[in-house]
Each structure stands twice: as structure tokens, then as C-alpha cells.
Design a protein around this ligand. Structure first.
Ligand SMILES: Cc1cc2nc3c(=O)[nH]c(=O)nc-3n(C[C@H](O)[C@H](O)[C@H](O)COP(=O)(O)OP(=O)(O)OC[C@H]3O[C@@H](n4cnc5c(N)ncnc54)[C@H](O)[C@@H]3O)c2cc1C
Length: 603
């Protein structure tokens, strides 16, 4: 083997919020830490997060507490959540927000100088600490500043293509530098997978180019278990027009600030369908909904702020019934608040600056005067690498996971704002436990044969050259297929068709070819990402076929109701010895009485 070998106690794959927080913590525990990222430092997907991070600081409403946050998260996840994680998350998020503040994050303020919190779907009280609608940018900037002063080694524009294992534990990773196309071996005692999600498996998505499901596939190929992949969140409000920007997110913050959803008849259709388990918490008239968004503690939230899965399906229903907007969505109107607030245009620009610019620049539309056209967009992966709720270690010893790469916290549906807090709560935990694992276990051996096999596979598209299959064409066909057959509304026959089509796409992917050389070759990068996208797509489709009910983000036209039979286990996916994908039902451990009581008291 003639590749450079780089040694670290802990290797963090991913430089988003989860990866950076893990790296900071591992480093604080005395570990020598390397961070690998496909993009430049500061450009990870987290930078796109808009609305805020959920934490029961109780600054804006003193009735909030970790107990209400825990109950909201469990209800939103339809009780498939890993309740240990939900408890840690609700209890520790406030400390992680204050820590960011101490490290320099400049959150928006209440009049008396505390961190301001805003309303978001599914959260009973205003809970999202935010920086306008650029919260992710501030989080990344803060973590990056703090992290680089701790002496992390950062490998920017590097892609990991395989994990290396030794006697049933992680030994390192193999990757390449995207600019020059040269390979590197990372030898490390523990690894934190913080690679984010997989939205690029779908045609319409809010996710960045980095989201090709690499972390899930890397972990799966190395023997770790995945969980809950059927739960893909379709965010209700993505741009639908013009086509070049379809899928780009419109933050839930718009609805939190009073934005309403209208069909082409101008009717607020969200009032038509309020789920029973949210009825007691939801306004039954427009006036009450408006008062809620303006901080009236005696008002209940408007139905636009119900959970994302429900809002997305209601929009889908309006469009299907022919009551949609001209370009296949519905209207999201914040301009109407001019009837309520003087200087509404200035208010909107101050509260939602990125949204104002996004629509002005990309759609030539002024949101202070005109309703936006929006529709559902693939947004978030609730499932992912199965982890221990306390340590974040996966089922493969030495491999940890945090952030969107990990499963458990969100169950069947994530509440908005619960991801940014997830990143820092579990990033910290993963970093701490990875450093402890590295200390206890020392280095594992790198197997040259594994490195050689990964290298051969990575270079194979060059051997076939331009006579092979075009990677972009396969990716395009995969995205269209997943969008049509395993999308927001699902049914058995279509998903079975998807599984068949996946076999065909896999066969084509085995024959993928590219021209040119290894220096910044985007075709090559796409060819390398393809098997990951195919693996995660298969995992989604297999789990979705098996879950014969509708729950959270998973909606089956052929099984439209929730079923008790599916309420007590998670679907876990592993690679069998013969290379096939195996699905099993793993029971959720019984919840302690104390937590049951917390849920009961917040019903
Ligand atoms: C537009 C938008 C707005 C959002 N707004 C909010 C919000 O307001 N509040 C909220 O809570 N959530 C929000 N979310 C969700 C949230 O932003 C993400 O879930 C979260 O940022 C994911 O962070 P992460 O650290 O897990 O991963 P990321 O920030 O995505 O980082 C992943 C990292 O892994 C790297 N990587 C991936 N594969 C490889 C590989 N093979 N080799 C090397 N490196 C690799 C990437 O380069 C990147 O550095 C939003 C999402 C979107 C798309």
C-alpha cells in the first residue's frame, strides 16, 4: 500500500453541527482529532438551517420545561422515538444553547436581553432560539471558531469511500482528496459518523449536494445496523417555482411569524383537518391563531403549525383535488399581516431576511406584498445509524454516530428545530464517548486487502471510460423513481415496483463509466456516490413496504390508519453474510413510569 496514512485517536467524518461539536468534545477529552468533510469548512449542510434550535429555556414563555419538550418530541415522533435520547435531548439542549452563546453565538434577544425564542410546528411553547432565519450559519461559525482553536486537523474536500474494520471493530477509513483525486488512509481508534442525510435520493429536495446518504451506506457496509429508514420527512414548504429552484426550503419560521396557507380559492384549508391528538392544543379560529403567533399565552397555535407530516399531506390533498396554485403547490401568505401590523414590510424583512432575499432573487417576488407558492420537499431523514441512547455508539464497536446520520431521537417524525439541538446534544455525547473508547481500546490494525479492494472499486469507473453508463443519468432516473414510487403518499404495488427498478439501476451502476482524469472530476464523484444512494433507497423502500400502517412521516394509501401492531418496535436493517439486505423488528424497551407520567401530564 503506497497511500499516506494519517493517525488519529478519533476521526470525525462530517463538519456540520454534529461533527464539529463531536470534534470539540473529543479534543477537550485529550484525543488527537481529525475532521473530514466533503465541502469546505463552514459550508456543511448545517449552514443552511434557518428557523432555529429547540431548547426549553423558558425565556419567552415561562411555562416551558424539559418535561413539555420531551412530551412534544415523543408525540411528534408517534412514540417510536428512542426515549432515552429524547430525555437527554430535552434536558441538555438548554445548556448546549447557552454554551454556544458563551462561545460567541449572537442570538436574537428579548426586550430584557435574554435569548429570544420563536414558535415552530409541534412545539407547545415558543422554543426556538434563533438568529433571524440564519441560525445554522451562526451555529457553524461559532463551532468552527471554537474548534479550530482546539487544534483539530481538518481535511477539507475529502470524501470517505469505505470504513476499515479489524476483528469486529472500527480501524479507520479510506478516502480521497476531491481536488487532486489522491487516496488517503485514516487510521483511527474510534470514528464519529456525522455525515448528515440522504435527500439527494429524491428529485425534489431541500438538501445540499452532500446529502447522498454516504454515512448510512458506509456504516451499513462495515456491518453496523440502520434503523427507521422508512421515515423520510417531506417538509411542507419548499419553493415550487421557477423550476430551477424547486425544493429550496421556505422556513417554518414564516408560519411561526403569522404566515398562513391558502388554496386557490383563498381558503385556509388547514382548519379543515386537525388530528384528534392535537385538537386541544390547536386554535379553532383565525383570530386565536394570529394571537398565538404574537405571543398571547392564552391562545392556541394555528393549524399551520401542526406537525410537518400532517401539513405536507394536507397540501398534497389540496393540490390533488385541483385547489392548488398555478405551479402545483399552494399559497403561503405572510404579506397579509399588513392588516394587523403597521410597518409590516419592515417587520417581515427584519424577521425573515433570508426568505425575503431568496424570493426576491430567485423568483422575482416580494413576500411583503405577494403570497409565495410552495409545496412539499424532501427534507430530513429520521432514520439512520442505530445507536446507543447514552453513548451514541453504533452496533459496530468504535463507530459512533450523531446528528442526522444517527437514528432514534425523532421516531416517526421530527419537530422543526429539534435537529440543531440534536446536533449539539448528541455531537457532544458522541465526541466524549468516542474519546473514551479510543483511550480504552488503542489502535486497531489496518488491513491492506480492504484498502486495495476499496481503491479498485473507486477507480473502476475510469477503467470503463465513457463507454460505460453515465452516472448522472442513473442518478437522475433513481431520483425520479424514488419521488414517484416511494414519496410522500405510498402504496404496496408502487414500492414493490421501486424495489424491482432498483435492481435494474444497480446493474446499470455496476457498469458506470467516466472519462477524464482524477483531478476534481465531478463525474467521478457522482459515480462514487451512486452506490450509497442505491443502498439507502433500497433500505427506505424495504422498510416502507413492511410498515403496513400510516404513522408520522410514513403515509400509506393502502393502510391509511395507525396500527397498534407497529407501535412497539423499530425496523432494523443489516447486511447479511451473502450481501443481501435484512430487515428485522427490534422491540422498543418499555418506558420507565416516570417518563410515562411526563407524557401523561402533557397530554
Ligand atoms: C434548508 C434547511 C433548513 C433547515 N433548518 C433547520 C432549522 O431551522 N432547525 C433545525 O433544527 N433543523 C433545520 N434543518 C435540518 C438541519 O439543518 C440538518 O438536519 C442538520 O444541519 C444536519 O447536521 P449534521 O451535522 O448532521 O450534518 P451536516 O451539517 O449535513 O454535515 C454533514 C457533513 O458530512 C460531510 N460528509 C458527508 N458525506 C461524507 C463523506 N463520504 N466523506 C466525508 N465527509 C462527508 C459533509 O461534507 C458535511 O461536512 C434544516 C435543513 C435544511 C435543508
Amino acid at each position: 500500500m503506497n497511500h499516506p496514512v494519517l493517525d488519529h485517536d478519533v476521526l470525525v467524518i462530517g463538519a456540520g453541527g454534529a461533527g464539529l461539536r463531536a470534534a470539540i468534545e473529543a479534543s477537550a477529552q485529550g484525543a488527537n482529532v481529525g475532521v473530514v468533510t466533503k465541502s469546505l469548512l463552514g459550508k456543511a449542510h448545517t449552514v443552511m438551517a434557518e428557523g432555529g434550535m429547540a431548547a426549553a429555556l423558558a425565556n419567552t414563555d415561562d411555562r416551558d420545561s424539559w418535561r413539555v419538550h420531551f412530551a412534544d418530541t415523543m408525540r411528534g415522533g408517534q412514540y417510536l422515538n428512542n426515549w432515552t435520547m429524547a430525555e437527554h435531548h430535552a434536558k441538555e439542549a438548554p445548556a448546549r444553547v447557552r454554551e454556544l452563546e458563551a462561545w460567541g453565538a449572537v442570538f436574537d434577544r428579548t426586550k430584557d436581553g435574554r435569548i429570544l425564542q420563536r414558535n415552530f410546528g409541534g412545539h407547545r411553547y415558543p422554543r426556538l432560539a434563533h438568529v433571524g432565519d440564519r441560525t445554522g450559519l451562526e451555529m457553524i461559525r461559532t463551532l468552527q471558531d471554537h474548534g479550530v482553536h482546539q487544534g483539530l486537523d481538518v481535511y477539507m474536500e475529502h470524501t470517505i469511500v469505505a470504513l476499515l474494520v479489524d476483528s469486529g471493530r472500527v480501524a479507520g477509513a479510506f478516502g480521497y482528496d476531491r481536488e487532486r483525486g489522491r487516496f488517503k488512509v485514516f487510521r483511527s481508534k474510534a470514528i464519529v459518523m456525522a455525515t448528515g442525510g440522504l435527500g439527494r435520493a429524491y428529485r425534489v429536495t431541500s438538501n445540499s449536494w452532500e446529502y447522498t446518504g454516504d454515512g448510512y451506506a458506509l456504516a451499513y457496509n462495515a456491518g453496523a445496523a440502520l434503523q427507521d429508514l422508512e421515515f423520510i420527512q417531506f417538509h411542507p414548504t419548499g419553493m415550487v417555482w421557477p423550476p430551477s429552484v424547486q425544493g429550496i426550503l421556505v422556513t417554518e419560521g414564516v408560519r411561526g411569524e403569522g404566515g398562513v396557507l391558502l388554496n386557490k380559492e383563498g381558503r385556509r384549508f388547514m382548519f379543515d383537518d386537525i388530528p384528534d391528538n392535537y385538537k386541544s392544543q390547536t386554535a379553532d379560529n383565525e383570530e386565536e391563531g394570529w394571537r398565538y403567533t404574537q405571543g398571547d399565552k392564552n391562545a392556541r397555535r394555528p393549524p399551520e403549525l401542526l406537525t410537518r407530516d400532517h401539513v405536507a399531506r394536507c397540501i398534497n390533498r389540496e393540490v390533488k383535488a385541483g385547489r392548488g396554485s398555478p405551479h402545483g403547490g399552494v399559497f403561503l401568505d405572510i404579506a397579509w399581516i399588513k392588516k394587523k401590523l403597521p410597518n409590516s414590510a419592515e417587520h417581515i424583512k427584519r424577521k425573515l431576511p433570508s426568505m425575503y432575499h431568496q424570493f426576491k432573487q430567485l423568483a422575482d417576488l416580494d413576500i411583503t406584498t405577494t403570497p409565495m407558492e410552495i409545496g412539499p420537499t424532501t427534507h430530513y431523514t429520521m432514520g439512520g445509524i442505530r445507536v446507543d441512547g447514552d453513548t451514541q455508539m453504533s452496533t459496530l464497536p468504535g463507530l459512533f454516530a450523531a446528528g442526522e446520520a444517527a437514528a432514534g431521537l425523532h421516531g416517526a417524525n421530527r419537530l422543526g428545530g429539534n435537529s440543531l439541538s440534536d446536533l449539539v446534544v448528541f455531537g457532544k455525547r458522541a465526541g466524549e464517548h468516542a474519546a473514551a473508547f479510543a483511550k480504552q481500546h488503542g489502535a486497531a490494525k489496518i488491513d491492506d486487502a480492504q484498502v486495495a479492494a476499496a481503491e479498485t472499486q473507486a477507480l473502476a469507473p475510469f477503467d470503463r471510460g465513457t463507454t460505460g453508463e453515465n452516472p448522472y443519468a442513473i442518478q437522475h432516473d433513481l431520483q425520479a423513481m424514488m419521488q414517484d414510487l416511494v414519496g410522500i403518499v405510498r402504496q404496496e404495488s408502487e414500492m414493490k415496483q421501486a424495489l424491482e427498478k432498483l435492481q435494474g439501476l444497480r446493474a446499470r451502476a455496476r457498469n458506470v463509466g467516466i472519462g477524464g482524469n482524477r483531478e476534481y472530476n465531478n463525474g467521478w464523484h457522482t459515480a462514487i456516490d451512486l452506490p450509497n444512494l442505491l443502498t439507502v433507497s433500497e433500505a427506505i423502500a424495504r422498510a416502507a413496504v413492511e410498515r403496513k400502517e400510516s404513522r408520522g412521516a410514513h403515509f400509506r394509501e393502502d393502510y391509511p390508519d395507525k396500527s397498534n401492531e407497529y407501535a412497539t418496535f423499530n425496523f432494523v436493517i443489516q447486511k447479511a453474510a451473502d450481501g443481501s439486505m435484512q430487515l428485522s423488528r427490534v422491540p422498543i424497551p418499555p418506558m420507565p413510569d416516570e417518563l410515562k407520567q411526563v407524557i401523561e401530564e402533557n397530554k
